[in-house]
Ligand binder design. Structure first.
Ligand SMILES: [Fe+2]
Ligand SMILES: [Fe+2]
Length: 318
């Protein structure tokens, strides 16, 4: 019986029919998705912190409005994704408890500090740019609620990317000091952005299963290559240099070759030893604890309304 269910499940996936919350699914599919979607949700929420740091210091009102909208979008992305993850049988409180205890991961990119205004440019350009590469294929993921959430997320990400690139363009056309700030931000964000695609393919043991289930459509290395290929001409337009001595066009491959990622640094950041891991987690835990009274008040208010509704119904019935 189990075998037939599993075969039917795979057949639906092969035919590009979406899997919905009430459909039968293998336990491992459910767990894989739950881990991926909840980590994705946590990344959106933690990802608000490095940029939130600069909202009060944006150089003018237009930049402030755009950055505020961008950071608010990320909160929205977190909420769509928590909702999608909840359909797989875990409550939002449970997911947040895992984030706060350190059990659940989020994207390691957000454990780097934002030192100057140019970082808002580099993050929008590169981090949201890398996020788009990763997320566009997820709009076709086999799990319906995840795929549908990603459609709107991706539309907003493309605004984020342009917002960042425009900041970089303005800085690069400004004074030598401004251009130097842009170069410095590129130097610091390039390699962490490259790490956003995850380990190399031969080091990514769960990829084959995720590909078979059509959660994953392209491998980590394929996506990373795409990211390099689109970023190089963008850096050329800006007139700044990607910090990679091995970066060069490979005519035979029709792609850019690039240097080796420092996987030791990646593993350290994932393990909790990045420059801002403790600060980021503390910010989330503090927000949860300081917001307890709001959650309690909301529950008390909902209970009061429910009671009043019942009283009115009783009176009307009598
Ligand atoms: Fe986002
Ligand atoms: Fe974004």
């Amino acid at each position: 019986m189990e075998i037939n269910l599993e075969e039917a499940f795979q057949k639906r996936i092969d035919e590009e029919i979406k899997i919905e919350p009430r459909d039968w699914m293998p336990e491992k599919y459910r767990k894989t998705l739950l881990r991926q979607i909840s980590q994705h949700a946590h990344s959106e929420i933690v990802g608000m912190l490095p940029e939130g740091n600069w909202i009060t210091r944006a150089p003018n009102l237009r930049r402030k409005v755009a950055l505020l909208a961008k950071v608010q979008d990320e909160a929205g992305h977190g909420l769509y994704l928590y909702s999608a993850a909840e359909t797989l049988g875990m409550t939002r409180d449970e997911m947040l408890a895992e984030l706060h205890s350190g059990k659940a991961k989020y994207s390691s990119i957000f454990n780097y500090p934002t030192l100057t205004w140019a970082d808002m440019g580099a993050i929008g350009w590169l981090v949201d740019g890398a996020a788009i590469m990763n997320q566009v294929p997820l709009c076709r993921a086999s799990y319906g609620p995840y795929a549908r959430a990603m459609v709107r997320v991706c539309k907003e990400e493309s605004f984020h990317q342009r917002q960042g690139y425009e900041i970089m363009l303005t800085l690069c056309q400004g004074t030598p000091e401004q251009k130097a700030m842009a170069q410095d931000a590129l130097n610091r964000w390039w390699w962490p952005s490259m790490m956003m695609f995850g380990p190399n393919d031969d080091n990514s043991p769960n990829s084959a299963q995720s590909t078979k289930w059509k959660i994953k459509r392209f491998s980590n290395d394929e996506l990373r290559q795409k990211f390099v290929d689109v970023s190089v001409p963008q850096a050329e337009i800006l007139g700044i240099t990607i910090p990679d001595a091995d970066l060069k066009w490979n005519e035979a491959r029709g792609h850019y070759d690039f240097g080796v990622i420092n996987w030791d640094e990646f593993n350290q950041v994932v393990a909790g030893n990045g420059p801002c891991n403790k600060q980021r987690l503390k910010a989330r835990v503090d927000a949860w604890e300081n917001g307890a009274w709001v959650r309690e008040a909301a529950v008390a208010y909902a209970e009061k309304r429910e009671k009043r509704k019942q009283n009115t119904e009783n009176t009307n019935a009598a």
